[in-house]
Design a binder for this molecule. Sequence first.
Ligand code: SF4
Length: 651
Amino acid sequence: MTHFPNLFSEGRIGNLVIPNRIVMPPMATNLANEDGSVSQRLIDYYAARARGGVGLIIVENVQVDYPQGKNVACQLRLDNDKYMAGFFELAEAVHSYGTKIFMQIHHAGAQTTPGITEGLQPVSPSGVPCSFLGIQPRELSIDEIEEIIQKFVNTAVRVKGAMFDGIELHGAHGYLIGQFMSPRTNRRVDKYGGNLEGRMRFPLEIIRRIKEAVGDDYPICFRFSADEFIEGGITLEEGKQIAKMLEEAGVHVLHVSAGVYDSMPTLLEPSRFEQGWRVYLAEEIKKVVSIPVITVGVIREPEFAEKIIAEGRADFVAIGRGLIADPEWPKKAREGRSSEIRKCISCNIGCIGGRVFPNLRLRCTVNPVAGREGVYGEIKQSPVKKKVVVVGGGPAGMQAANTAAKRGHQVILYEKKQNLGGQLEIASAAPGKAKIKWFRDWLEAELLRAGVEIRSGVTADAETIASLSPDYVILAAGSKPVTPKIKGLEKENNFVVQAWDVLAGKVSVEKNEEVVVVGGGLVGCEAAHYLAEKGAKVIVVEMLSDIAMDMEPISRFDMLQQFAKLGITIRTSNIVSEITPEGVVIVGKGGKMGFIRSKKVVLAVGQTPVGNELKKALEEKGIPVRVIGDAYNVGKIIDAVSTGFQVACQV
Ligand code: SF4
């Protein structure tokens, strides 16, 4: 029986046959070498997705104009023939699994910084700055525009020479091509600006000249934002006209995306966005063209993807972060094992926002192998089978138990609560974060599949553990909230609570009840958001100069927009010096004091590891112990999962 018959039917782009309808869209990884050449780690990363059964991979953006057009630290480049050999090896590796491969070619334009472009001022059609980055670009001259067009052509020729099956032009997300297309960023009055025809001259000229150079049949995909979701930008109505012009120019497939940096949450959605929320854009574009259309954006489940194809809303579905999270997404779907797919939770912490933008290599919160497939791609069986006890059923402990069991060890997992999940349970209760529960559920199901013995509702002390004669103990006991030394907190009271208790649903508020949250880190902000959604009037007091500095930037950008809508007040550079039943005393810069009325005070000033006593007691009994996750160093879910995985690989 064929599972998902539409999703796994052949597709066609021009004369090229694609084995199924699943596309991996381009996503920056920083996995290339520092000089922009293809690295083995990049080949391993894409080969793993090809092995997982995706029909077409569109490789992340390659720069046509180094360093002016660069937008991430370790971005691929193909502005010189000497880089072609690496691209050929990449194409060869992907082809070996029957997967087709395109290369996205790109110029960042205004959406970059001099730190990335090696000191060059970013360029743009009209010098309109990107407020997300806050950098003033300079306007391109006509001669420069024509030089850049030629650079796109030269790169396309090299892509074809490196045996890729096609190219994608990056006209989406507010990069240079998109800047020319958008009325918001193109204010030129010469032939490259003005009405839509003028604004489209730059992309259409690139397409025309590429076709002249590589042949009419060589597949060209054009990615564009059918709605930029920003005032003055491209709207869906104009997006439809653009689609028709692109079809007329001979483009073979349209990749319908959305947003620009200034509307960032619509292009790299944080967790709160619903599955497939922007499929309607592709559907509307499909109505006005006859070439195939790719849809993209928070498509997480094969059942959902199948329906899109079956209903004719799009011809291909792009699974982006979903394939970072689980390279075997297509294979599991095809084999009827979709419940085993480890779904992306849209946190952005391991990939673009949290790692690639800050110049680090790609990782993934839920997939500890992502970006290091060459090192950890295949979990190696342990030559010696051991009895491993894991203490703590949060993300670190669950991941460690899973990995240790897959390596062939006998694993017993203790969790003092009835339910597994630890911090995942708390984190998934924050507004818009329900997807985190997907990961908790997946980890639990994997524990059962891997044969881990789960002893929940049991507190494991040193004697209990020693009685099992384990070869190794992995201690993942987690952390607990810190209670700060603030005047007024010496005695128990009923108006001060911990943020964790808020997120656990143990605290109720009345409409317009005044609440002060002490601490504007991630947990404090989530508690503030939670209470404001319940109708409270919330003020966050933070000692640093800004809030949520520990948050991934895209989610932070989105959260601050939500805070503004909910009327949450933020008081930065202030400390709380006293808490009373009527409110809190704050001290700001220069010792300036103030008083904020509140009926409740929520503490969110950090966490501290637990479990040190147990470690000591086990070591005294001669049992080897490794401490992981928050119990070792308080961090994010990604840190807990990564250390849980790595330590279990070493046992
Ligand atoms: Fe998805 Fe988060 Fe992994 Fe990125 S890091 S792929 S958003 S789960």
